[in-house]
Design a protein around this ligand. Structure first.
Ligand code: APR
Length: 243
């Protein structure tokens, strides 16, 4: 990315009526949140099939809860980094700026973003497996098998597990944003998990300028207009410089 390219992006971004950012685990890496498939990623140490599927929860809910409680404790002290705060600032300055995230860490909200579409749910919310009640609970010391106050059935993390469908309402919101955006920033995602992995192509197909921001190339890099390589927390703030 040359200086000229960055100036072009900024002109396009600050002239846009609707820009979108699609984020993955990489945007939270500089906050100390482990990614999934990076060198020290979660799935290098744990088997997703044992911990992040409805079958695993059916088989051993205590083990799955142990894993999510550990992740909640890990996330408790974590704070947004300049990549998150830049997106929150873009939302304040630009009309209709929207964040579509695969992350369940809640750091976009903590940074001040409000127009957020959470594709994979949020680790700070619980859902009842009986009555479907959804509640926010930020405690990091939940009981080993948390129960629903309303019906007494088992609560589960309000996140999307492998093999589960995304919420159709959430998916519709995401595609509505991708179909109308003039610019899409694809930030810190390996582009390996659907449907998020093909969302860049959807926006590109609709004529949006698509910019990837990642430490390294991904399977979609050639499809996009720009592949800006580096740390999101260092690159994104450059979009605000001089503006
Ligand atoms: N800045 C920019 N990009 C980064 C940074 C950083 N500081 N650190 C890591 N990355 C990039 C990596 O190069 C990688 O391409 O972020 C990406 C992280 O990829 P994954 O770990 O695969 O995470 P993600 O793409 O969000 O995973 C998608 O898979 O496990 C499921 O549901 C989970 O939402 C998750 C989904």
């Amino acid at each position: 990315m040359t200086e000229t390219d960055i100036e072009l992006l900024k002109t396009k971004l600050f002239g846009s009526q609707h820009a979108v950012a699609l984020t993955g685990a990489g945007i939270s890496a500089e906050s100390g949140v482990p990614t999934f498939r990076g060198q020290d990623g979660l799935w290098q140490h744990y088997r997703a099939v044992d911990l992040a599927t409805p079958e695993a929860f059916g088989r051993d809910p205590r083990l799955v809860w142990e894993f999510y409680q550990w992740r909640r404790r890990l996330l408790g002290p974590v704070r947004p980094n300049p990549a998150h705060t830049t997106l929150a600032e873009l939302e304040r300055r630009l009309p209709n700026f929207t964040v579509i995230t695969q992350n369940i860490d809640g750091l976009h909200q903590m940074a001040g973003s409000r127009r957020i579409i959470e594709l994979h749910g949020n680790i700070w919310y619980l859902r009842c497996t009986g009555c479907g009640l959804i509640l926010e609970d930020r405690r990091t010391d939940l009981p080993p098998l948390p129960k629903c106050d309303a019906c007494g059935r088992l609560l589960r993390p309000h996140v999307v597990w492998f093999g589960e469908m995304l919420d159709p309402v959430v998916l519709d919101q995401a595609y509505a944003a991708l179909h109308t955006c003039e610019m899409l920033l694809v930030i810190g995602t390996s582009g390996l998990v659907q449907p998020a992995a093909s969302m860049g192509a959807v926006a590109k197909h609709r004529g949006a300028l698509v910019v990837e921001i990642n430490l390294e190339p991904t399977p979609q890099s050639d499809l996009y207009d720009f592949s800006w390589q580096g740390k999101a927390g260092e690159l994104l703030p450059q979009l605000l410089q001089g503006e």
